[in-house]
Design a protein around this ligand. Structure first.
Ligand code: SF4
Ligand code: SF4
Length: 421
């Protein structure tokens, strides 16, 4: 037995690598808006240390500053000592949920929707009816839901009648413009992406095919479990991961390609274990192989808001920007593009005030950049940003990067004939 309450000896050693320099503070969204040391990475690491060392007889009262952490991992990118903040947070949250404070009811219900395809289909059908009857607008106007949910409702895309998996064949053939076949990848479809952003998956498949890749969509795959792991539901997160290892391990593909930043960061854990899988964000895959350049880039001003789980958790920065530079006529800089928008999985439900302030800050930066389209690469960010914009009267579209590439390609009749027919 060791004398740690929350962490393994190895994680406790990692915690010691923080030298309290404070270089991470300007990158931390909650520190930026609150100015409180306790809501900074350094303050939270000290809190973890105290909790782990049993400094308090009843630690329950001290978890608030950890609950207010977005898990955005911007502090990790900034930290010169390599403190693995995200891993430490997941470990502490898992012990918090097991030993002291179960996950609040509303967040447990939300998680339950993601793990069952059937429940997600029902929820999507209900939301679709609301959209068809325009009742969603009434619900928002009459403030019948908490503010965070009104943002999410406003941010929904027009919901499809069927999820991507329900509509998809299992295999798609490559269709390179020069007839060059490059190989085959497997596509991770996820939960919300599959049900609400089926069109993003369809666009991803078309873009991959045009770049010479066949795409396999294994039917046995499940939700990645990222939301569960971030919320401290460690066991469910691990079970979902292993189910995906089995589903993708059986597929003959060069890599598992992911188009959702949050799912990709979680699935990276499948790089260890047996069979070890290569998990790659779709932007990295296309950039690495050399993107077939669109013949006619999209006109107008495009701004890119980097999802935290792409930029910080997976350290992917240049690849999406290089792809967008090929697909868009003019890329405009967005101030604080690497700062969280306040979505962060279930965060807006548990910490609505910080989430609201971060969204307001982001909307202000977007307004200054004045783009014609805003691009992201994660469903949570897309919902939050689109909902925030709509609720403030803006009609600026928020698009996934694969939709942008698909739109640029589709200006070429050869593309439409080859992959859109
Ligand atoms: S987490 Fe890293 S950057 Fe932040 S105070 Fe500790 S050592 Fe410094
Ligand atoms: S994960 Fe994000 S919110 Fe949490 S301490 Fe690090 S930078 Fe701050």
């Amino acid at each position: 037995m060791h004398d740690h309450l929350l962490l393994s000896p190895e994680d406790a050693r990692s915690l010691q690598s923080c030298v309290h320099c404070g270089l991470c503070l300007p990158s931390c969204p909650t520190y930026l808006i609150s100015g409180k040391e306790a809501d900074s990475p350094r303050g939270r690491l000290l809190l973890m240390k105290s909790l782990d060392r049993q400094a308090w007889a009843d630690p329950s009262a001290h978890f608030g500053h950890l609950d207010s952490c977005l898990g955005c991992r911007a502090c990790e990118t900034a930290c010169p000592s390599g403190v693995p903040y995200g891993d430490l947070l997941e470990q502490v949250r898992a012990r918090q949920r097991e030993q002291y404070q179960p996950l609040p009811f509303r967040q447990r219900v939300t998680l339950a929707w993601t793990t069952s395809r059937r429940r997600l289909i029902w929820l999507t059908a209900l939301l679709r009816q609301l959209q068809k009857l325009r009742l969603d607008r009434l619900v928002i106007a009459l403030r019948l839901l908490p503010a965070a949910l009104r943002v999410q409702l406003a941010g929904l895309p027009p919901l499809p009648a069927r999820s991507f998996s329900q509509a998809a064949l299992e295999d798609f053939a490559p269709a390179h413009p020069a007839g060059k076949m490059r190989g085959r990848v497997a596509l991770f479809t996820g939960c919300v992406m599959d049900s609400w952003y089926a069109e993003v998956h369809a666009a991803t498949v078309r873009v991959l095919r045009w770049n010479g890749y066949g795409v396999t969509v294994p039917v046995e795959q499940v939700c990645c479990g990222a939301l569960h792991s971030h919320a401290g539901e460690e066991q469910t997160g691990a079970l979902l991961l292993e189910a995906n290892r089995v589903a993708f391990g059986a597929v003959d593909a060069q890599a598992v390609v992911v188009n959702s930043a949050g799912c990709g960061a979680q699935l990276q854990k499948l790089g260890n274990g047996e069979p070890a899988l290569e998990i790659v964000d779709v932007t990295v895959w296309l950039d690495r192989q050399g993107l077939v350049p669109p013949v006619s880039p999209l006109p107008g001003r495009t701004a890119y808001d980097a999802p935290c789980h792409l930029r910080h958790a997976q350290r992917i920065k240049a690849e999406p920007e290089r792809l967008l530079a090929l697909a868009c006529a003019e890329l405009v800089p967005l101030d604080e593009a690497e700062l969280c928008c306040g979505s962060a999985g279930l965060y807006s439900l548990g910490q609505p005030e910080y989430s609201r302030q971060l969204l307001a800050r982001k909307l202000q930066r977007i307004s200054t950049a004045a783009p014609d389209r805003l691009v992201t690469a994660n469903p949570g960010c897309q919902l939050q940003l689109q909902g925030g914009l709509r609720n403030t009267g803006s009609d600026l579209p928020v698009a996934h990067i694969m939709t942008v590439l698909d739109s640029a390609y589709s200006r070429d009749p050869a593309y439409r004939t080859a992959v859109m027919a």
